[in-house]
Design a protein around this ligand. Structure first.
Ligand SMILES: NC(=O)c1ccc[n+]([C@@H]2O[C@H](COP(=O)([O-])OP(=O)(O)OC[C@H]3O[C@@H](n4cnc5c(N)ncnc54)[C@H](OP(=O)(O)O)[C@@H]3O)[C@@H](O)[C@H]2O)c1
Length: 283
């Protein structure tokens, strides 16, 4: 049995590879990476695979039984064809199962919606592939808030346009545990799972960060327009729009979702405080 994981050089792909090594051993895991040298520390066979190259995936998926497709990072419209390159190469190689990492979120009402729509198109492509399939819709990662802690401390507050909306944060290691089960267990075939944790407000997030980091952060809501303008100035047009769109979605309730995590992973999702403590301890 060979299970291949794409974008193995990235933080999500590598978390899934590590979990699979724990469960089935390194001989059964193949990492596929656009930049193979960045994945060489994983201790598994690494093959080259850029989503723009169908030919590279025709090679990379040789002899593979199951493939995990990590959603790409490109412009939303470009991603659809990039993901199709992997799906077509999987069919060409007789791969029997594909697991796709999509995203939760609103398909129509926010600046993040074009990315959600392109992910949903890939979900449709995966469903229509003729392979066994499982789809995960990833929650919003909590890690960026921890990486941002120095900025929050400097400002004395968390500021964004989420208002009183709740977000069901997850982490890459929680996702890694769920995807390993979704790859290995047949009972998940044909399922779409919201891989999300407990729903919390930004004010609650500030309280939890204060408990772990000993800070005194407060939360201050601002308008969607003001936040989008500020983020575009700080991060550029594309990324600023994406980030503001996510917080707009939190305000709209798009991330206050029923969790399917336990069904997928076979255990409860970690509580936000536990995730923050674990991540802070290795920061
Ligand atoms: N749920 C969330 O909150 C959230 C937040 C951010 C992103 N995401 C999504 O989750 C995915 C994984 O996130 P992550 O944490 O692993 O991000 P990450 O650590 O930044 O890794 C991104 C990965 O994508 C790879 N990649 C980019 N373009 C590629 C291409 N053309 N062909 C093949 N691989 C390509 C990168 O390869 P190189 O090493 O060669 O650069 C890298 O391995 C992202 O791609 C994005 O769609 C979700």
């Amino acid at each position: 049995m060979k299970i291949a994981v794409t974008s193995a050089s990235g933080q999500l792909g590598s978390a899934i590879v590590r979990q699979l090594i724990n469960e089935v051993g390194e001989d059964h895991v193949v990492g596929i990476a656009r930049t193979p040298e960045k994945a060489s520390n994983l201790g598994v066979e690494i093959r080259k695979g850029d989503y723009n190259s169908r030919q590279q995936f025709d090679e990379a998926l040789r002899g593979v039984d199951t493939v995990l497709l990590v959603s790409g990072m490109d412009d939303p419209q470009k991603r659809i064809q990039q993901h199709r390159n992997v799906i077509e190469a999987a069919k060409y190689n007789g791969v029997s199962k594909i697991v796709y990492t999509g995203i939760v979120g609103d398909e129509t009402d926010t600046a993040f919606s074009p990315i959600v729509q392109s992910n949903r198109q890939t979900e449709n492509d995966v469903r229509g592939s003729g392979l066994q399939w499982v789809i995960g819709r990833n929650g919003i990662y909590i890690e960026p808030d921890l990486e941002y802690i120095d900025h929050y401390v400097k400002d004395g507050e968390i500021t964004n346009c989420a208002g009183g909306g709740k977000c069901t944060y997850t982490s890459r290691s929680e996702l890694g545990c769920a995807y390993a089960r979704m790859l290995l267990d047949e009972k998940h075939h044909g399922q779409v799972y919201n891989l999300v944790g407990e729903a919390i407000t930004q004010a609650r997030l500030a309280e939890l960060l204060n408990r772990v980091y000993g800070t005194e952060l407060t939360y201050r809501p601002v308008s969607v327009a003001a936040y989008a303008k500020e983020r575009r100035t700080a991060l550029g047009e594309f990324m600023g729009t994406v980030i503001a769109g996510i917080y707009e979605g939190i305000q709209n309730g798009a991330y206050d979702l029923r969790s399917d995590y336990e069904r997928a992973a076979g255990r409860a999702h970690k509580a936000p405080l536990e995730m923050i403590k674990n991540l802070a301890s290795v920061q």
